[in-house]
Ligand binder design. Sequence first.
Ligand SMILES: [Ca+2]
Ligand SMILES: [Ca+2]
Ligand SMILES: [Ca+2]
Ligand SMILES: [Zn+2]
Length: 345
Amino acid sequence: MNTRMTRITFFAVLAFLALLSPLARAQKNGNGSSVGTGQVFLPNPVASLQNQYLTDQKDQNYPELMPAYRMVTLTNLDGSGFLRGDWATIRSSTGDLAFSGTNTFHFTREDDRFEQVMAYFWITEAQKYIQSLGFGTTRRPINMESQAVRIDQIGIDNSYSWDKHDILRFGKGGVDDAEDAEVILHEYGHAMMDSQMTPFGNFGYSLEAGAIGEGFGDYWAATVSSLIAPTPDPACIADWDSVSYTPNMVPHCLRRIDLDLHYPQDLEGRIHNDGQIWSRALWDIRARLGNIQADTLILEAQFSFAADTSMPAAATETVQAARNLYGKKVADTVRQVFVERGILN
Ligand SMILES: [Ca+2]
Ligand SMILES: [Ca+2]
Ligand SMILES: [Ca+2]
Ligand SMILES: [Zn+2]
């Protein structure tokens, strides 16, 4: 073998080894073929047990919660034994990183590794649902990468998508945020919208765009949790996380997506509140068209949203996406929903 060939072989071997390294494998898309089992809430104890009297009790596990634990299959793992795979990578946390040589992740809520399993499972299932709609194959991909997740001790009860570092962080104020699938899905919704900006960037550079981002996150939580774990009151978002800050409100909901709010008179200049106008519109589209058509056109439309869009402009794009995908009749249905909200006239 001459020197040139030796050098080529040497670099080929290096490239091959780099592919095998855990970091490269975690970043590589679509090859995580390991499966395992995990214990999770589906989507949260208040909704699944229909019990409005459950409380945080300082992160203790207690008997009334036991029926809320469910065993699920964890897919797309990279085989490293950590919760790392095609669509989610648990980076760091308050406690130890979950590890299992047999991909068996059975924890209860007082163990911080429980939230790691929750984040891995729900993000992976959300991305699989996105792909089932054609995004990443026949349509453009949406956040089709291994989403980094960090569960940490933020002092306030707040989770957020930290775009600069493309990482989702889940706090531990009140009920630990990642004990509620709908909080996880809401934050993932922000990461999805950011990934749809061209060039990649942050969505939400105006009050109304901020509200659309919050409204979409709530809607996304409801549409995905309703598919994987249907509950009797799907429009109530984060039934479990909210028990700490809505002690006198039953049912406990961080927000709802079925409120009869109208544009522009119900705008308050607070994005989470105003987002409930947008989420109600999306929820109505879903009610009339079903989740497949609704979610496909809602996600497709978001590629056309300006980062500082307004509700009327985003609604117009959504109607247009409906027309392009499904024709005039469906577009008219979508338009009608936005007219009912006062967003279009
Ligand atoms: Ca916990
Ligand atoms: Ca919380
Ligand atoms: Ca719910
Ligand atoms: Zn948000």
